[in-house]
Design a protein around this ligand. Structure first.
Ligand code: SF4
Length: 73
């Protein structure tokens, strides 16, 4: 499994992560920032998740985030 986190307060809502990796990322309707989809959250936290290694797009999302607030480990 791969750990994904988003520093949501720094997100500028550009939309790239949920475009390139919609399985894992989505836009929060209230604050417009990116969040982890429910299926992959750790303890239901919007900013922390765990995804199978087979979902490669999380890495692409990390690399392409213009403000570098996505971290994948
Ligand atoms: S790519 Fe980065 S700045 Fe853009 S919506 Fe996703 S987390 Fe926010």
């Amino acid at each position: 499994m791969v750990k994904v986190s988003i520093k949501r307060s720094g997100c500028i809502s550009c939309g790239n992560c949920w475009s390139v990796c919609p399985k894992v990322f989505e836009q929060n309707k209230e604050d417009t920032h990116s969040q982890i989809r429910k299926d992959y959250r750790i303890k239901n936290a919007a900013d922390k998740g765990e995804v199978p290694e087979s979902i490669k797009c999380v890495k692409t999302a990390e690399e392409q985030c213009p403000v570098h607030v996505i971290s994948v480990k």
